[in-house]
Design a protein around this ligand. Structure first.
Ligand code: BG6
Length: 520
């Protein structure tokens, strides 16, 4: 597709956007035997059904290679739900009512005949909308995305020009490519068979309530928005830490590493929401335009910059929660001399008017002491002159922390006088907790994302130019790493907050990481 045609597609996404109601439809899950279907997709659909948010009628078809009947698939999904549901125990009656809408279609993704079977199954539903409004969820291996789209297109189940009164959409799981070239290729392949407005690229972080709240918080509160710039903000830290190691995903992780697995998508998405300009409206394209601008304003990193501004890390064996965790190189399907990073920390600058000169420190890693995602916005310090006589210790800077998970909430840290006759100051906190304020409402990210895809609202999905720009950034970093093994300062023991080199990254400018606390 030429650049002009691509632009044309983006423009028509804009003119045809707008939130639609969720119409009766069939959801076809490719990769129905996989982990994602069992752990996330079916539980999410079950909860949407329970909350009466699925359209009536609806159908869910699991499409996979293994031979099994509808009844067997339903039973498997029930077992999975009992294990992975966010609410337990699972309501038997509700499950029965939901499961009556589940069907199974056996077939090989590459076989034309399998798509004929799918078509017959859809036709058997009778209801026009169930046959023509189709959400295809590609939960397959990425190498099969293009093939499935092509087969659907050839079977006349997916039309680039949706026949009037019906729609067909592709929901595409990550990883969306492994570098810029492969992402462009995949975009090219998919948009041969589907229009850009029909492609919904998933980043499950965007489905998280707290991540969506970044935008609402920033643009609905005048007190913070006025300070949200280089004049008031000293630096920003984004931390996404995980206790989990790579476990059984060694094979995938050897190809991905933290930079592709977490930074290319989740971290850059959070950064975009924190740093973007106010959109002209809350429409999908207006928001996505501003997010892409942030990614485009990230100062390019040449190999020298990568050396100075990006730190890799890899865990070796260590104690976490009282248990000895194996090192990354001992994990299954990982090479014993692997140089793949399980941790990455970066210092980035955004070359735009608002953020000029403000460092953004981002880090993510596996086998860290705590699973937590948070953004810490640290404000400039006040001049020390006033308190220099009573304390030679500099006052703490004010900081706003957005806790994305767990202990979801926001806290503001400022200095207060310790009661008494001496002039002593110490940091205190004001805290907002979602749980206390709104009760324990914790829908899974996939519930929201599935619903939005059914409604045709692309706000929470990644646009073509967004995914490509993000890969461009990753490529330049990976280029800087080429041929370089990890140094001693880049290894860290499982159960610690990352390699020493990551401390140095901030130490050079007198900064320090603020680690998330278990309870704030
Ligand atoms: C996925 C990564 O995208 O996100 C995993 O592939 C990671 O490696 C997961 O564990 C983290 O998601 P969450 O929602 O648990 O923070």
């Amino acid at each position: 597709m030429s650049e002009l045609e691509q632009l044309d597609e983006l423009i028509s996404c804009r003119t045809e956007e707008g939130r639609k109601s969720v119409e009766p439809c069939s959801i076809v899950i490719f990769g129905a035997s996989g982990d994602l279907t069992a752990r996330k997709l079916v539980p999410a659909l079950y909860h949407l059904f329970g909350a009466k948010q699925l359209p009536a009628p609806f159908r869910i078809i699991g499409f996979a290679r293994r031979e099994k009947s509808d009844v067997e698939w339903r039973r498997e999904m029930q077992t999975a739900l009992n294990q992975f549901s966010r609410t337990k125990p699972v309501d038997e009656q509700r499950w029965e009512a939901f499961a009556a809408n589940l069907y199974y279609c056996q077939g090989d993704f590459s076989e034309t005949g399998a798509y004929k079977k799918l078509e017959q199954l859809l036709n058997s539903f009778g209801n026009e909308s169930l046959r023509r409004n189709l959400l295809f969820y590609l939960a397959t291996s990425p190498s099969q995305f293009a093939q499935v789209a092509e087969q659907l297109h050839d079977a006349s189940l997916l039309h680039r020009q949706e026949p009037s009164g019906s729609w067909q959409r592709l929901v595409v799981e990550k990883p969306f490519g492994h570098d810029l070239e492969s992402a462009e290729q995949l975009n090219g392949d998919l948009t041969r068979f589907a229009h850009e407005k029909q492609v919904f690229r998933i980043d499950h972080y965007l489905g998280k309530e707290t991540v969506q709240n970044i935008l609402m918080f920033r643009f609905s509160n005048s007190i913070f928005e006025q300070l949200w710039n280089r004049q008031s903000i000293d630096h920003v830290q984004i931390t996404v830490s995980e206790k989990l190691g790579v476990g059984q995903r060694g094979g995938y992780y050897e190809e991905a590493g933290a930079i592709r697995d977490m930074f290319q998508n989740h971290l850059l998405q959070v950064l975009s929401l924190i740093a973007m300009e106010p959109p002209v409206s809350l429409d999908a394209e207006a928001i996505r335009d501003e997010k892409v601008k942030v990614l485009r304003s990230i100062r390019p990193l040449n190999s020298n910059d990568v050396n100075k501004q990006v730190v890799r890390g890899q865990y070796f064996a260590g104690m976490l929660d009282g248990q000895l965790r194996p090192g990354y190189r001992q994990e299954s399907r990982v090479k014993s001399d692997s140089n793949v990073e399980t941790y990455v920390a970066l210092k980035l600058f955004l070359d735009n008017w608002r953020w000029s000169g403000v460092p953004f420190f981002l880090r993510t890693g596996k086998c860290l002491p705590l699973s937590a995602s948070e953004v810490r916005v640290e404000f400039r310090r006040t001049p020390h002159v006033l308190f220099a006589a009573v304390s030679n210790k500099k006052l703490d800077a004010n900081a706003l922390t957005l806790r994305l998970q767990p202990n979801e909430g926001i806290s503001l840290r400022f200095n207060g006088k310790v009661p008494g006759t001496s002039l002593q100051l110490r940091p205190v906190r004001m805290n907002f907790s979602y749980d206390t304020e709104f009760g324990a409402y914790t829908p899974e990210a996939y519930e929201r994302l599935l619903l939005e895809a059914m409604a045709g609202d692309a706000t929470l999905f990644i646009r073509r130019d967004e995914v490509e720009t993000a890969w461009g950034i990753v490529d330049s970093i990976r280029k800087g790493w080429e041929g370089k093994s990890l140094s001693n300062r880049e290894f860290y023991s499982a159960g610690t907050w990352g390699p020493v080199a990551a401390e140095d990254l901030l130490g050079q400018t007198g900064h320090a990481w603020r680690d998330p606390h278990p309870i704030q």
